[in-house]
Design a protein around this ligand. Structure first.
Ligand SMILES: [Zn+2]
Length: 278
């Protein structure tokens, strides 16, 4: 599933390709992808608009349009955004095709068909409840501590809660908890300030390293030019169930936490004091 580093990479690589381009057409091959407005209104409202900028917020991509409106996309489990030449072959599972005025197309492909998009005047209706950005300068250990301290739930579940911290999902939560030597079932409100500091640093380092690796292609993720990312080659635990830990050699385990497969090293992430785990 694309998380912050994957969506950031897509934004970074799309921007020079589409900034300043105008939308000259759109085909909705699977109209259900559009949440707002009605499909009949979507094309006419988009037509002729220039892409002024692209931002990322959490796992959302926001295209800033010349009218001041936002085209917002969420890739969910398996969405891809591919830049293709005009009249390029359409891949299976293509959900929408945006035609741009310099003989380019933007293809939204989505194998699991969960992705979504909106065209709105006020972006806050879609992204207004997201938690802080973990790579922002004002995301301090104190901000993280405030988010965690109020909740007696497994730390893993909390890191994936978009209303508390935006952009982290299953893979990078597992990686950050390994880097911080914390068991994923640790009660979030039991962390010492030292542990919160360690987790804060781990979150930022794991995300920055994954952005440098252009995202992780563990599943369907590809960059807008079709190439794979390489961030998964540095994964210590995520998607490594049954393989030896690179640090201690003990086999990585997989457990389910609130329906999410969670990978951890039972030795390096022992969980500290008794009574702190669920
Ligand atoms: Zn280990």
């Amino acid at each position: 599933m694309p998380e912050l580093p994957e969506v950031e990479t897509i934004k970074n690589e799309l921007l020079p390709q589409v900034k300043g381009c105008h939308f000259v057409g759109v085909s909705l091959l699977r109209p259900e992808v559009l949440r707002q407005p009605e499909a009949s209104e979507f094309g006419p409202r988009l037509y002729g608009q220039r892409v002024e900028d692209i931002h990322r917020r959490g796992k959302y991509l926001l295209f800033h349009l010349s009218s001041g409106e936002r085209l917002i996309l969420h890739l969910k489990m398996s969405g891809l955004l591919l830049i293709r030449p005009s009249f390029a072959q359409v891949e299976p599972y293509t959900t929408a095709i945006f035609r741009l005025d310099d003989r380019k197309e933007l293809h939204f492909c989505d194998r699991r068909k969960l992705g979504a998009m909106w065209l709105v005047e006020d972006e806050n209706k879609i992204i207004g409840r997201l938690g802080p950005e973990p790579l922002d300068a004002n995301f301090s250990p104190q901000v993280l501590s405030r988010s965690l301290g109020r909740h007696r739930v497994p730390i893993k579940a909390l890191l994936c809660d978009q209303n508390l911290i935006a952009g982290i999902g299953n893979m990078y939560a597992d990686e950050a908890l390994f880097a911080a030597c914390l068991h994923p079932l640790t009660k979030a409100d039991s962390l010492s300030s030292q542990e919160v500091g360690r987790l804060h640093q781990a979150i930022q380092e794991v995300l920055e390293r994954a952005i440098a690796g252009k995202g992780a292609s563990t599943d369907t993720y590809r960059r807008p030019n079709g190439q794979l990312g390489s961030a998964h080659f540095e994964f210590q635990v995520a998607h490594r169930g049954g393989e030896p830990c690179y640090s201690c050699g003990i086999l990585i385990e997989r457990i389910s936490i609130r329906g999410r497969g969670s990978y951890f090293c039972p030795n390096c992430q022992r969980g500290g004091l008794q009574g702190r785990l669920f």
